[in-house]
Ligand binder design. Structure first.
Ligand SMILES: [Ca+2]
Ligand SMILES: [Ca+2]
Length: 455
C-alpha cells in the first residue's frame, strides 16, 4: 500500500506540473461502438488507425463495461456518476432535461468542471437528447444543416425504429454530422482559451442508420460475419428471452438472413467505424498541432457495445458481453502507456477525471476512480463491472467470468477464458461446485438498491 501511495503521488504531479496550469480534458464519446476496433481485435477487417494511435499513447482498458445497456441510461449513469439502479433511469424514453429534476442535489460531469473554474464546450451527442444547458459553449446542432441529406436505402418492417437502415450515402462528405462535429472541435483545440477547458466531442456513427460515405463503404468488401452457434438459445432462461430478445423495433436475425442483408449491414457498420475514425484523426491532428498538445487529457469511449448477429441478435439491449463491453482509452500527458484487462466501469470516468484534474471531489459519485490502474495496470483490483437492463436485471463481470441474474431469479454464467462468445451457459442446469462458488462470489456484487423505472 505504501508503494502504491508513493506511486500515486508521482502520478498526480504529472498533469498538474505543466506550468502549474490544470490540464484540459478532451472527452470523446462514440455512439454504439463495440470492440470492432484494431486495438481490441473484435473484427479482423476493422480499420481504426486513429483510435489505435490514441490507445498507443495512453491506457487501453480491454475489459471496460457500460452500466446502462442503451444510450440514455448509459449516458445518464456516467455523466451523473450514479448507477441506473440508484436513479431508476433504465430506458431511452424520458428526455434528459428531466434528469436534473429527478436527481436533485446531483451535478453532471461538465457542470462540476464548470463549477471548478473550467470552460465547458460541447459538440455532437454527449447527453442523449441534447441537453445544451449542461455546457457553456455549444457547437453546431445537426438540425441546422442535415434535413434531407440522408437517403433511406431499404424498405423495412413498419415496427422497426425509424433510424434503422444501412448502406452508403452520396452527399458531400463535409456535410456528414461527424465531419461537422470534428471540424468545430478541431477549431476549439487550435484556439487559445483563458481557462482550462472540458471539451466534449460526441460522434454519432456507428449508431444506426449505418450511413457512411460511399467512398468508405466501398473500401470494405467481402466482409467476414461473426460466428454463431445455432443452438445458442437452447440454454437460456425464459427471462433472457423476455429481457434481451424481444424488441420489435430492431431487426431479428431471421430477417437479416432471410433477406440476405447480414453482409451488407456488417459492411456498413465497419465503414461507419472507419469513417468516425477518420474524424477522430482530424481532431487528434488539431490537438497535436495546437497550443494544448502537452496539457490535455484525452478520454475516448463508447456508451455501450453492439450485436451484429452474435448470439443471433442485433443492436444493444442485452446483458451479454456484446452489449456491455466498450472501448475505453485514457491518455494522460506524461502518464503510463499500456493495456489493462481488469474489469472497469464507465461510472469511473467522472471520479477519475475529477481526481486527475485536481478538482474538489463529488462525494455523491458511486464509481471508483481508476488512478491505481492508470499508474499500474497490474495493480491489485477487487472491483467488478456491473451492467443493468431494466429493474433488477444485472450482469457482473470480473476478469474471467460473466454472471447474469434476472429479476425472476434465473441466471447465466459464462467463462470467458474458455468461451469468449458466451455460448455455454454454465448456470443452465445444476452448476458444478466450482461454478457455484463463482456465482456466489459474483452475486454478492449485485446492487442492494433497485429503484423502479421512472415514468
Ligand atoms: Ca448509444
Ligand atoms: Ca447458449
Amino acid at each position: 500500500m505504501k508503494g502504491l501511495l508513493r506511486f500515486c503521488f508521482v502520478f498526480i504531479s504529472l498533469p498538474l506540473a505543466v506550468g502549474a496550469k490544470p490540464p484540459n480534458v478532451l472527452f470523446i464519446v462514440v455512439d454504439d461502438l463495440n470492440d470492432w476496433i484494431g486495438c481490441l481485435g473484435g473484427h479482423p477487417q476493422s480499420r481504426t488507425p486513429n483510435i489505435d494511435r490514441l490507445a498507443s499513447r495512453g491506457m487501453l482498458f480491454t475489459n471496460a463495461h457500460c452500466q446502462g445497456t442503451m444510450c440514455n441510461p448509459s449516458r445518464i449513469s456516467l455523466l451523473w456518476g450514479r448507477r441506473p439502479s440508484s436513479t431508476g433511469f433504465y430506458d431511452n424514453h424520458y428526455h434528459v432535461s428531466k434528469v436534473p429534476e429527478f436527481l436533485k442535489g446531483h451535478v453532471s460531469l461538465p457542470k462540476h468542471f464548470a463549477a471548478s473554474g473550467y470552460k465547458t464546450l460541447t459538440a455532437g451527442k454527449i447527453f442523449h437528447g441534447g441537453a445544451p444547458e449542461q455546457s457553456q459553449v455549444v457547437g453546431p446542432r445537426p438540425g441546422q444543416w442535415r434535413k434531407g441529406l440522408d437517403q433511406m436505402v431499404h424498405k423495412k418492417p413498419k415496427t422497426w425504429h425509424r433510424t434503422w437502415d444501412f448502406g452508403p450515402q452520396d452527399y458531400e462528405e463535409t456535410k456528414f454530422t461527424d465531419h461537422v462535429t470534428a471540424t468545430w472541435v478541431a477549431e476549439q483545440l487550435g484556439s487559445k482559451h483563458e481557462k482550462p477547458f472540458f471539451l466534449s466531442c460526441g460522434f454519432y456513427r456507428p449508431h444506426v442508420p449505418f450511413f457512411p460515405p460511399r467512398r468508405v463503404y466501398e473500401s470494405f468488401a467481402e466482409v467476414q460475419l461473426p460466428r454463431v452457434d445455432e443452438n445458442d438459445w437452447s440454454d437460456l432462461p425464459d427471462a433472457a428471452r423476455g429481457v434481451s430478445l424481444s424488441n420489435a423495433k430492431i431487426p431479428t436475425h431471421e430477417w437479416m438472413r432471410e433477406n440476405n442483408r447480414w453482409q451488407q449491414a456488417v459492411q456498413a457498420y465497419l465503414a461507419c467505424v472507419r469513417w468516425t475514425d477518420e474524424q477522430l484523426g482530424r481532431v487528434l491532428d488539431a490537438l497535436d498541432k495546437g497550443p494544448h498538445a502537452g496539457n490535455t487529457i484525452i478520454v475516448l469511449f463508447s456508451d455501450h457495445g453492439y450485436h451484429l448477429g452474435e448470439k443471433q441478435r442485433w443492436s444493444k439491449f442485452s446483458l451479454w458481453e456484446r452489449t456491455t463491453r466498450v472501448p475505453l482509452i485514457i491518455s494522460v500527458p506524461g502518464g503510463v502507456k499500456g493495456k489493462c484487462d481488469q474489469p472497469v466501469e464507465l461510472l469511473s470516468l467522472y471520479p477519475t477525471l475529477v481526481d486527475l484534474c485536481g478538482l474538489p471531489a463529488n462525494t455523491k459519485l458511486e464509481g471508483v476512480g481508476l488512478r491505481a490502474l492508470l499508474e499500474n495496470p497490474g495493480a491489485a483490483w477487487e472491483n467488478v463491472a456491473l451492467s443493468t437492463l431494466g429493474q433488477n436485471n444485472h450482469a457482473v463481470r470480473d476478469r474471467r467470468w460473466r454472471y447474469i441474474r434476472y429479476a425472476d431469479g434465473s441466471e447465466e454464467l459464462y467463462d470467458h477464458k474458455n468461451d469468449p462468445n458466451e455460448w455455454r451457459n454454465l448456470a443452465a442446469k445444476d452448476p458444478l461446485p466450482e461454478h457455484a462458488t463463482v456465482i456466489k462470489r459474483l452475486k454478492a456484487h449485485l446492487p442492494k438498491i433497485n429503484l423502479p423505472q421512472r415514468n
